[in-house]
Structures are given as structure tokens and as C-alpha cells.
Design a protein around this ligand. Structure first.
Ligand SMILES: Cc1cc2nc3c(=O)[nH]c(=O)nc-3n(C[C@H](O)[C@H](O)[C@H](O)COP(=O)(O)OP(=O)(O)OC[C@H]3O[C@@H](n4cnc5c(N)ncnc54)[C@H](O)[C@@H]3O)c2cc1C
Length: 496
């Protein structure tokens, strides 16, 4: 690659996506790199979500970069602090921090067609220009706060799991928890144990199965470190264990049966009270919402100081929550385990492409992109963990690494062929999305539950319908014929 044709690259975000992208670009010699991060450190969701009990639910040997294996995780599913430290260490090891502008929020970006550059608008009012814009802002980085009437009038303590107030002492308090998602089931055991009384306000019961978690002994980690190939074997054995499960979410839903049996026997074993067991039995088909894993969630709900409330919350008053049956539940604190605004991709950023088209307008019926990464009319713009690249069965880092390799190829192509931009063809984007939406229509996610996978329009904008190896195969080699290429002089179709 000639330095004179080397595109400048801007990345937004420093989670697994942004860091992994920056590391691979640096390895490929693409070093004109600026990374914007609104927080003061790297780490993405693993910096933010430090609530009690936070941990991954994909084993760490797989939920980590393939190029930066770590042999000394303390347990099979590492706690948040270790994953955060791993990301900080990765940033240091590959000297990424010098490219990062911390505490610099991107408000929006507009494509300057004449210059072939993205003009990036920053919160401090300044701008930055780059040929290529990569968003690595994640699907789960904006906490969703429920719009319950009166929520602002509550006079006690209220916080979201992603912004946990560690100064607030739960001991001796009456605490309401709203939500039963992946974060809630992790922090509920601590709240139940510490508080005087906990009320869990449950809209939908979750399917919770045992978590096959255990400590790694010092000697096991020594083996992972010193026995050649052992850590890799553990990674691929985990992949081989998880990957077939994709079929159970698609058109082979009978494969969910063993998990249903596992769930039922676990619930029966942990919850002896038939009334509570009935409350905790989900009505949705298994898999429609994320299947959760915990060894202490049900046990926490069986405690004498815990109640599960299934009447909907209609109002919040200064002293507590009012449910549909008219009961006022007076509490000292409310913890929101209400998840993230996942379908609002890139929001609140405004991204403007060719001819002044705004991404939010293009996406009124829900986000979509070719391979979850590129949108026609938005040249040299790439998303990591974009639309329809979320998983219910395996590691997002695997998906991110597929995307990172694809975007790297696109940037190499710009440099090698001295192109001004690449813009995905609208027919290619539309054919891809028709195909995946057809598959999604047959999936378990389409069976009517209310989940964060579905946009208000009813479209599943989040999940990849299939195997991660199919996604890797589809993204392994960038197909030039999928793009309109604009040379620095005239407009031509590559391979057309
Ligand atoms: C609690 C929790 C547990 C999870 N556990 C798992 C798991 O076990 N397995 C799994 O596969 N996935 C898990 N996930 C999903 C997780 O989101 C992905 O695995 C992965 O971490 C996403 O990384 P990312 O870099 O794409 O995004 P993020 O980690 O969300 O990082 C986005 C970054 O962008 C920054 N940013 C956002 N907007 C702007 C802006 N406008 N300007 C500047 N900076 C900005 C944010 O500050 C953040 O640092 C979990 C998610 C959560 C919340």
C-alpha cells in the first residue's frame, strides 16, 4: 500500500468492536487512525456494567479475541472486572490508546461527496475529517429507562443496572427491581441477600437454566498456558458445543426440547412453592427471548424476604410503585433491570450520506444493512455489531472478528486501487435483507413475544438467523461486485 493513497479512518467506540478493529488495522499497516470514545477509558459495556454479579454468559475462552488468548481467567464465565481489565490490557498491548480521543462524544457525521470524506461532528462543537467512518457503538450501550407515568416523582433512590450506584447501601432497605432480563438475573441474588425486602416486578418470566460455571484452578491455568494448543482446543470445544444450538432458534425448533426439560426440572428443583413456580413459568416459547443462565436466581426468589409481583406497574409515586390491582408498593429504592434501547441503532447520532439522506429516515421501519455492516448511499461507512448481527447462542466477539476482517479488506481495497469510496449496491443490500428476513420469519423470535430483538414496526432488526460459520463464510472475502466504486477521477462499476 502506498502511503499517499492510505485512507484516514475514524472509529467510534472502544469496546470489543472498536479495539479489535483498531488492532487489526494497525497490524495491516493502516495507521492514520482516530478513535472517539465518549467515556474516559476503553472497555464498552464491560466498563459500564459493573453491577453486582456482572459476568459474561459465553465462556471466556471463546468470549475473547482469537488473536489475544488469555490463559488465566479466574473462572469459566469471567466476572465483569476481569473482562474490563482484559480489554484495557489489549489496548495497552497493541498500543491503541494513543489513537483514542477519550471523553469525546460523536454527535453525528455527514459525507462530503466532493472530498470523499466523512465530516464528524463532536460534542465540543469541533469537527474531524476521515475517509472512512466505522461505528463500533454496540447494540447495548444505551440504557432503556421505562416510560412509567410519575417515574420522575419518585423520592427514593433510583438507578439502572448499567449505572449502578455503588454508594447506595442496600442493607435494611425495601427495594423494587423492575425487569427479568440478562442483567437483572445477575444482580437480583445480591439485592435479595442484602436488602431487608425485595419486590421483583416481573412483566414476563424468563427461562433460566443452570450455568455450567466453575473456578479455574492454578494448575488448570498453568496447563492452559504451557500445554501447546490446549487453550485453543478449549476455545474450539466451546464453539462446537454452542454453535449447533443456532438450529434450535431457526427452523429446527424441536431441538429446543432438551433445554425445555432442563428448565422445567431446574425450576421444580429450586422452587418448591407451586404458586411461585407458576409465576416463574414463562408463557412465551423458549428462545423467543434470550435464554438465561444462573445458579442462584431462583434460589434468591425463594427467599422469605422476596416477593414476585406480576401485576403490571401503572404509576410511580414519590413513595413507591402502584400496580394495576391498585396496590401501592412503598419502597426506598428502585433498580431498573430494563435493558437497553437496542433497536435505536447509532442513536442519537445523526449520520448523513449521499444527497443529504439521513440514516434515521432511511431506517424508519427499522435498521438494515448489507451483512449488518454497509448501507447503500452511505459510502465508506461501516458498522460493527450492526443490524442483524446479534446472537442468542454464541459469542458476539466471533461475529465482530468476521466484521473486522471484512472492513479491513474494504479499506485495503480503497488504498490499493486508489478509490475515493465504496458504496454497497442497493439491490445487493435489499436481496440480502429479503433473504434474512424470510429466515427470521420462521425463527422462534417471530413467535410473538416482546423482546429487544424487535423494532416497533415488528421487524427483527437485531438477530443473525443462522450459524456464525455461515456469517463468517459470507464475510470472509469482500466481493467487489457488491459495491459501486468511485475512483478518485470517475464513476465506474467494479467487476460490472
Ligand atoms: C451486561 C452485558 C453482558 C454481556 N454479555 C455477553 C456475553 O456473555 N457474550 C456475548 O457474546 N455478548 C455479551 N454482551 C453483548 C455485548 O454488547 C457484546 O458482546 C460486545 O461487548 C459489544 O462490543 P461493542 O464494541 O460492539 O460495543 P460496546 O461494548 O457497547 O461499546 C461501545 C462503545 O462505544 C462508545 N460510544 C457509544 N456511542 C458513542 C458516541 N456517540 N461517541 C463516542 N463513543 C461512543 C461507548 O461509550 C462504548 O465504549 C453483553 C452485553 C452486556 C450489556
Amino acid at each position: 500500500m502506498r502511503a499517499s493513497t492510505m485512507p484516514s479512518v475514524a472509529i467510534i467506540g472502544t469496546g470489543f468492536g472498536g479495539l479489535g478493529m483498531a488492532i487489526q488495522l494497525k497490524k495491516a499497516g493502516i495507521t492514520d487512525l482516530t478513535i472517539f470514545e465518549k467515556a474516559a477509558d476503553v472497555g464498552g459495556v464491560w466498563r459500564e456494567n459493573d453491577y453486582p454479579g456482572a459476568a459474561c454468559d459465553v465462556p471466556s475462552h471463546l468470549y475473547s479475541f482469537s488473536f489475544a488468548p488469555k490463559s488465566d481467567w479466574s473462572r469459566r464465565f469471567a466476572p465483569q472486572a476481569e473482562i474490563y481489565q482484559y480489554l484495557r490490557d489489549s489496548a495497552d498491548k497493541y498500543d491503541v490508546r494513543k489513537h483514542v480521543r477519550f471523553q469525546t462524544e460523536v454527535r453525528g457525521s455527514e459525507f462530503d461527496e466532493r472530498a470523499g470524506e466523512w465530516v464528524i461532528y463532536l460534542a465540543d462543537g469541533s469537527t474531524h475529517r476521515a475517509n472512512v467512518l466505522i461505528t463500533a457503538t454496540g447494540q447495548l450501550s444505551r440504557p432503556a429507562v421505562p416510560r412509567i407515568p410519575g417515574i420522575d416523582s419518585f423520592e427514593g433512590e433510583i438507578f439502572h443496572s448499567a449505572t449502578w450506584n455503588h454508594d447506595y447501601e442496600l442493607e435494611g432497605k425495601k427495594v423494587a427491581v423492575i425487569g427479568t432480563g440478562a442483567s437483572a438475573i445477575q444482580f437480583i441474588p445480591t439485592v435479595a441477600e442484602k436488602s431487608a425486602h425485595m419486590k421483583l416486578f416481573q412483566r414476563d418470566a424468563a427461562y433460566v437454566i443452570p450455568k455450567p460455571d466453575y473456578d479455574y484452578s492454578k494448575s488448570a491455568n498453568a496447563l492452559f498456558k504451557h500445554v501447546p494448543g490446549l487453550l485453543k482446543l478449549s476455545r474450539w470445544a466451546t464453539y462446537a458445543e454452542l454453535e449447533p444450538r443456532a438450529a434450535a432458534f431457526g427452523d429446527l425448533q424441536f431441538l429446543m426440547k432438551p433445554f425445555q426439560w432442563k428448565f422445567r426440572s431446574f425450576l421444580a428443583q429450586e422452587i418448591k412453592d407451586p404458586e411461585l413456580r407458576a409465576k416463574l413459568t414463562p408463557k412465551d416459547p423458549m428462545g423467543c427471548k434470550r435464554i438465561l443462565m444462573s445458579n442462584d436466581y431462583y434460589r434468591a426468589l425463594a427467599r422469605p424476604n422476596v416477593d414476585v409481583v406480576t401485576d403490571g406497574i401503572v404509576e410511580i409515586r414519590p413513595e413507591g410503585l402502584v400496580t394495576a390491582d391498585g396496590t401501592l408498593h412503598a419502597v426506598d429504592a428502585i433498580v431498573l433491570g430494563t435493558g437497553f434501547a437496542a433497536t435505536d441503532f447509532l442513536s442519537p447520532m445523526q449520520v448523513t450520506g449521499l444527497d443529504g439522506a439521513g440514516l434515521n429516515d432511511v431506517w424508519q421501519e427499522g435498521a438494515e444493512a448489507h451483512l449488518g455492516m454497509t448501507v447503500s448511499g452511505f459510502p465508506n461507512f461501516f458498522m460493527l455489531y450492526g443490524p442483524n448481527t446479534n446472537l442468542s447462542h454464541n459469542s458476539i466477539v466471533f461475529m465482530l472478528e468476521s466484521q473486522i476482517a471484512y472492513v479491513r479488506q474494504a479499506i485495503e481495497k480503497l488504498a490499493e486501487e486508489n478509490l475515493k469510496w465504496l458504496d454497497v449496491r442497493p439491490d445487493v443490500q435489499s436481496e440480502f435483507n429479503t433473504r434474512i428476513q424470510r429466515k427470521l420469519a420462521d425463527s422462534v423470535w417471530a413467535q410473538g413475544c416482546k423482546s429487544w430483538y424487535t423494532h416497533a414496526s415488528g421487524k427483527n432488526t437485531q438477530n443473525w438467523p443462522g450459524f456464525t460459520f455461515s456469517y463468517r463464510a459470507a464475510t470472509r472475502v469482500l466481493d467487489s461486485s457488491d459495491f459501486v466504486a468511485q475512483p478518485k477521477t470517475a464513476l465506474v462499476l467494479v467487476n460490472a
